[in-house]
Design a protein around this ligand. Sequence first.
Ligand SMILES: *Cc1c(COP(=O)(O)O)cnc(C)c1O
Length: 390
Amino acid sequence: MNHRPAVMFGAPRIGRDEIREVVATLRGGWIGTGPRTAEFESAFRTYLGARHAVATGSGTAALHLALVAAGIRPGDEVVTTPLTFAATANAILAAGAVPRFADVGLETQNIDPERAARAVTKRTRALLPVHLAGRPCEMPALLALARRRHLVLVEDASHAIEALVRGRHAGTLGDFGCFSFTHNKNITAGEGGAVVTRSAGSARLIRMVAGQGMTANAWQRSRRGGSSGYRIVAPGFKYGMTDLNAAIGLHQLKRIDRWWRRRRAVWTYYTERLRGLPVWLPSSGVPGGRHALHLFTVHLDLARLNAGRDRIRAELAARGIGTGVHYVSLHLHPYYRSRFGLRPDDFPNARRISERTLSLPLSPHLTGGEVERVAGTFRTVLERHARPGR
Ligand SMILES: *Cc1c(COP(=O)(O)O)cnc(C)c1O
């Protein structure tokens, strides 16, 4: 149909600095957790204005570690959104707890604080909101709920590094903030994540549990010239970031604000170009805060179209436009449906979004021409399927 290269969804932008730093790390002889990871932690902490940051091997590991540090035990419940990536609920299950879902708002796509309050039971120990697509959750209401019911508040800020709530970064408002630097996030380390917290004790615990429950990691031991100088004081995992990944992340972090402004320009262009189509367009406006602009998710107005979301996606793909779905609600997936006996209409807003949502490419990697092509192709495909006006 066309011979131009496809516009990939979620393609990272990797510069010469990242490549040079990775090569220098490989040549330097220390590729595991070491000085570059420490430098990344310090730079990330500074960017966020967070007290402590521990870099991890993934965002999933960050969530699991935060829940362990929160003291979550088997049988506990954690209230979260169903409209999220598998990792959010998988981390709850890995901590031995049970996810209790609360429906989202149709416009915010984030957990509805009132529904979250109703989902809290005697067994609930934590709240795990997700700042979906980069839009910060209604944090004042969630913080008040956590205080009222004595719950630990863990923020899944995987989409929301740049998001602000009343001048403070998403992830720094609750007890723990979890971030992901996997390949398709706003910045990447190849793979990676981080937990931030105000508590020095929690940060120490997280660092230890991330390193097999040992009191010192290999880098610290090598600097002390001994290899057996550690004690195992807790059960742990191998959840740390490597210097090879930190080498990438360090240079990405330097461009985070420039890239956010680039995504904002793309967002504005899409908003103008796609006006009048049978779709709901997301708003980047956040009263008293800032949207991280991670995903440009539109909701198709299925009543005014003669094709469903998957058909539209397939036609866009055939024309070389990659898109994403964020997300099909977890309660519609077989494991959660059957294990927790959930029905599609238990969370009507999450279900409605699941059927209609589609994310257009928003990476700073895109050229101006590619952005125009995405919008133009989307317009063409939607106009072909638009039902005659009512
Ligand atoms: C990406 C993501 C994570 C964690 O992802 P990793 O791939 O483990 O880094 C967690 N929650 C959400 C909502 C995500 O999108």
